[in-house]
Design a protein around this ligand. Structure first.
Ligand SMILES: O=P(O)(O)OC[C@H]1O[C@H](OP(=O)(O)O)[C@H](O)[C@@H]1O
Ligand SMILES: O=c1cc[nH]c(=O)[nH]1
Length: 512
């Protein structure tokens, strides 16, 4: 069938056809078509997306990349034929049926994802099937390699190249903003690519974006790292492991992070930038991704095993994840807190201790410090101001304001303090509850949105004193977050009297 092209200014491949043309071609939503330029013979696949309104019959709306790939403009004519679906559909179905994917099958799925031959529905099916049925280590290795091979890779002339990555799940985990400058200040090369939030209210990429651009090509990442010793950029923009961001987009609304995909996501990013020594941070706690020390050790073994299969030296740090790292959750709040520590603040303790511990392991692995001497070296790079100087350099090389101060970074102007309903002690902070409230306040999209924990576990509070403060960039977001905070009650303050149940509140069930 011949159709007239209507170019639509939407990034990406594919397009939309009219219902009548779809009927004549005998296709439904999700079927496949092939669009062919009649003069050049160039062709591109297209997932059928049917409309009745935005087009007239006889016209096909094509997105930017398909038009550019085929050299098409508005008003050109194209041949449109039915096509067979990609074989990756069969392999996704195999995973849905609890099958084990071979390396070749995994590669086909990932290649089709990256080449936009799979629709969002189909990618979601793959992520969901893997979430429900899991992956064994061979599949994780195949996924990791496929993610690397479908993107660009970086090779550095200076060695060793080191890196860190957190599996996330604990709110306020802003340690990368301290670890990268500490490590780069020690003279090591650390090309850090991070994702945006997956299950949280601010991923490292969302945080760094407050200070500097984070979207760079692989070549730019290499150049900037050579200049400053380190960078903190968004993996999703680099074309380094491009499948990673496609999977994360599916996971984000569900706040899920399937174990196999998580290992592959992390290790692909490390492998692709040529990291030789890597520390993986595994926070453990009842409301994080990993609930017990035993599970953390098992996950650590898997990371180490995949690292060794790829030729990387990996160590894992199992860290405290019962409650947020530091007090701030959400981009601006977290960035201000991290900067203040780099500027010399002596609190929050949890942020400082975690950052120097992770940095210390890397310094020891890379031979910069003696065994057990890494933490001390990291602490001194932090307290001497060397890490702050290096962070300013990193911000500058990425195009940000190099003399930024923590006091420049402000939270949203709408705020509400949550008062303690009783006098007592904070006994627990529920990470997932806090994240839900912070997301409803607008984080990570609204940079000023988030939560500041005025009290942490063990803090004594009198009735009416503030437990935590919610920040938002609009009253509407603040109201939404407040409503959910009252329902979820994510921070529990208990006095000695845990509950009072009056006699008339229950119906006594008398035995006859
Ligand atoms: O949103 P949740 O699931 O907490 O985790 C995602 C965060 O964890 C990792 O942190 P880093 O890059 O090691 O700093 C990711 O890159 C991302 O920023
Ligand atoms: O980068 C990351 C971090 C945690 N989980 C992932 O899937 N990717």
């Amino acid at each position: 069938m011949q159709l007239l092209v209507q170019r639509v200014d939407i990034a990406g491949r594919g397009g939309v056809i009219h219902e009548e043309d779809a009927r004549r071609l005998g296709v439904f939503d999700g079927d496949r078509l092939r669009v062919i330029h009649p003069e050049t013979g160039k062709s591109a696949p297209m997932v059928v997306d049917i409309t009745t309104s935005i087009l007239t019959s006889g016209t096909v709306a094509l997105y930017n990349v398909t038009c550019s790939d085929l050299g098409l403009s508005d008003g050109d004519t194209v041949e449109v034929h039915t096509a067979v679906p990609p074989s990756s559909i069969r392999f996704i179905r195999k995973k849905m049926d609890k099958g084990r994917l071979t390396a070749e099958e995994m590669m086909t799925i990932v290649r089709d994802m990256v080449n936009e031959n799979l629709s969002l529905n189909e990618i979601t099916a793959f992520v969901t099937a893997s979430y429900i049925n899991g992956m064994d280590l061979d599949e994780v290795e195949s996924l990791t390699r496929a993610m690397v091979e479908t993107g660009e890779r970086i090779e550095f002339a200076t060695h060793p190249v080191v890196d860190k990555h957190s599996i996330g799940g604990v709110p306020g985990n802003k340690i990368t903003l301290l670890v990268v400058p500490i490590i780069a200040a020690a003279g090591l090369t650390i090309p850090k690519t991070s994702s945006r939030a997956i299950t949280g209210a601010g991923g490292t990429a969302d945080l760094m974006e407050v200070l500097a651009p984070i979207n760079f090509s692989a070549e730019e990442v290499q150049k900037m790292t050579n200049q400053a010793g380190g960078v903190i950029v968004w993996g999703g923009s680099t074309n380094i492991a491009p499948a990673d961001d496609l999977i994360i987009r599916v996971e984000y609304p569900f706040k899920i992070d399937e174990r196999g995909q998580m290992i592959a996501s992390v290790m692909a990013k490390k492998f692709a930038v040529g990291a030789e020594m890597v520390v993986i941070d595994i926070p453990v706690g009842p409301t994080t991704k990993v609930h017990t020390m035993q599970d953390a050790r098992r996950l650590a073994q898997d990371f180490i095993e995949i690292g060794s299969r790829l030729g990387m030296q990996v160590e894992c740090a199992v860290t405290y994840g019962d409650s947020p790292v530091g007090r701030a959750i959400g981009p601006n709040l977290e960035v201000a807190e991290a900067l203040s520590v780099l500027e010399g603040a002596k609190t929050p303790n949890s942020l400082i201790e975690k950052s120097v511990a992770i940095s210390g392991i890397l310094l020891e692995m890379a031979g910069k410090a003696q065994r057990n001497g890494g933490e001390e070296m990291a602490r001194s790079l932090l307290s001497s101001g060397a890490a702050l100087k290096k962070f300013h350099e990193i911000i500058a090389v990425q195009g940000g304001k190099s003399d930024v101060h923590s006091s420049d970074i402000l939270p949203g102007k709408y705020s509400a303090a949550i008062p303690s309903p009783v006098s007592g002690y904070v006994v627990s902070l529920n990470n997932t509850g806090l994240i839900t409230v912070a997301r409803l306040a607008g984080a990570p999209h609204d940079k000023g949105a988030g939560i500041y924990c005025n009290a942490k576990v063990g803090t004594q509070l009198r009735k009416g004193e503030t437990i935590y403060t919610i920040y938002a960039e609009s009253q509407e977001h603040l109201d939404r977050a407040l409503e959910e905070a009252r329902r979820l009650y994510p921070v529990v303050v208990e006095g000695m009297l845990l509950d009072r149940i009056p006699q008339d509140s229950i119906e006594l069930d008398r035995m006859d």
